[in-house]
Design a protein around this ligand. Structure first.
Ligand SMILES: Cc1cc2nc3c(=O)[nH]c(=O)nc-3n(C[C@H](O)[C@H](O)[C@H](O)COP(=O)(O)OP(=O)(O)OC[C@H]3O[C@@H](n4cnc5c(N)ncnc54)[C@H](O)[C@@H]3O)c2cc1C
Length: 447
């Protein structure tokens, strides 16, 4: 069943209008489940479905359509950007896995979904589905702010991580040729991270460490000539966390030498600076954008007359079914789910996407074997853990207890090591972390 080549597969319909949907037990003798996206949600669905659908494996084909044949472990992306972890250790190849498992993966761009004809349009042609799982994730949001797309670097993909590392090293290289009296030197050595959510906070902490190490070990630059600034538009860091947690985070970042500016809304970015809403300007050639995400364009295209949406995400019921559209489910960042007796909204995080994918894999399998599980999805909050730099972390357990400093840092490392899905990558990351403890980060530019 495994198929990983990129040739046009025989089951693809042409680009013309598709025939009527082939259904269960008629022509193909197989029910086709299409999973859009190979992220946290999509791959968790596939793994759970494989486990629970054993009695019907011969009657079902599961096809994953994704633009990449690897699963990106986004929580470690900021470490790629700051030379802590090798990029190969955060990308988990899935095409290899599919050989042993009961699914196929096709590298293709999903272009649109047509619920009426039960087809999806992809860069390799049109495909029919019997059951559709939408897990395409989100994309970086520049909020239409002038100059962001051209001059800032987002942190969303593997190549974004490399671009940030390249930019930091390039800025050091350029600044090392300039005298301290040259104003441009300061511009090169100022690093602005825009967005004080979890990603921005972790990136800022790690950029601070990286920059210090570059000064001490690789360049003759006084660390006092460098600046790391974290800009957040709202009046506090980590929106969504408790005030106590957010304040502790700010304090820890500031004591590490990071300038934290809240209420600082960016209105323009140019090649050598950032302009804030109060008219002030920060001279910098390094703007890293972690200010937020927006819904995937394929999901954004689906008209609200067809599916109900909340903040662009598809509103699903307790079984993750898209309302009024038969056989379609949405999970991960694409779904808006309120669950539990207190109607908690599942957050757009990897932790939540994994829970949703696992639930749905089990639920769809149970429906197909005619024993549908009755309990709806319920999001289980497992707390939050952040790395703020070398030996510094901040974790809040589900019971509210906060661990900071070394304990918070250790908790972060343990949680993330467990979550990495392959032994190869886990060992790779452990190796990288050991080297970094010896002050050896990756200092090569890949462009
Ligand atoms: C830098 C960063 C750090 C993060 N850190 C954490 C963290 O520490 N903890 C945490 O819980 N969450 C974290 N998150 C959030 C987390 O990554 C997301 O919430 C999670 O990835 C959502 O899972 P998903 O499966 O919905 O989407 P994704 O994991 O983004 O997967 C989407 C999939 O769809 C594919 N795709 C998208 N569009 C198309 C298309 N048009 N055609 C074909 N394929 C397509 C993608 O290639 C990908 O395989 C972080 C996010 C970022 C960006």
């Amino acid at each position: 069943m495994s198929q990983t080549n990129l040739e046009r597969p025989s089951f693809l319909d042409s680009n013309d209008e598709p025939e009527s949907v082939t259904s269960w037990n008629e022509t193909t003798q197989k029910l086709r489940i299409i999973v859009l996206g190979s992220g946290f949600a999509g791959m968790s669905f596939v793994k759970a479905f494989n486990r629970y659908a054993t009695p019907i494996h011969n009657y079902v084909e599961v096809m994953v359509i994704s633009r990449r044949d690897y699963h990106l472990f986004t929580p470690l992306l900021y470490q790629v950007a700051t030379g802590l972890t090798d990029e190969h250790h955060v990308a988990d190849p899935i095409s290899k896995k599919s050989k042993k498992s009961n699914y196929s993966i096709f590298e293709a761009e999903v272009l649109s979904i047509d619920f009426k004809s039960k087809t999806i349009m992809t860069s390799i042609g049109r495909l029919r589905y019997d059951i559709l799982i939408i897990g395409l994730g989100s994309v970086s949001n520049d909020f239409g702010i002038k100059g962001v797309a051209e001059n800032a670097i987002a942190l969303k993909t593997l190549s974004d991580g490399e671009k940030i590392r390249n930019r930091i090293l390039e800025s050091f290289e350029k600044s090392s040729m300039l005298a301290s009296s040259n104003g441009l030197k300061r511009t090169y050595l100022t690093f602005a991270i825009v967005g004080g959510g979890a990603t921005g906070v972790e990136l800022a902490g790690s950029v601070r460490d990286y920059v210090r190490q570059l000064c001490g070990k690789y360049y003759r630059i006084d660390p006092d000539e460098t600046r790391v600034i974290l800009l957040e538009a709202s009046n506090r860091l980590l929106p969504g966390s408790t005030t106590q947690f957010a304040e502790k985070c700010r304090k820890d970042l500031e004591s590490a030498g990071i300038e934290v500016r809240t209420g600082a809304s960016v209105v323009r970015v140019d090649p050598i600076g950032v302009v804030l809403s109060d008219g002030s300007r920060i001279e910098t050639s390094n703007v890293f954008w972690t200010a937020g995400t927006k819904v995937n364009p394929v999901v954004a295209q689906i008209p609200e007359t067809m599916v109900m949406k909340k903040r662009g995400r598809i509103a699903v019921n307790g079984y993750l079914e898209v309302q009024n559209v038969p056989d379609v489910y949405a999970i991960g960042d694409n779904a808006w789910i309120t669950s539990g007796s207190d109607a908690t909204t599942a957050p757009p995080t990897a932790a939540s996407a994994v829970q949703e994918g696992e639930y749905l894999g089990k639920y769809v399998a149970s429906k197909l074997i005619d024993k549908p599980i009755q309990t709806p999805f319920s999001y289980n909050d497992q707390g939050v853990t952040l790395s703020l730099g070398r030996f510094s972390g901040l974790s809040q357990l589900p019971n509210g207890i906060i661990l900071s400093g070394f304990a918070g840092w250790l908790m972060w490392r343990l949680v993330h090591l467990v979550r990495i899905s392959t032994m190869r990558n886990r060992l790779g990351v452990m190796f990288d972390w050991t080297l970094s403890l010896l002050h050896r980060r990756i200092v090569i530019r890949t462009d």
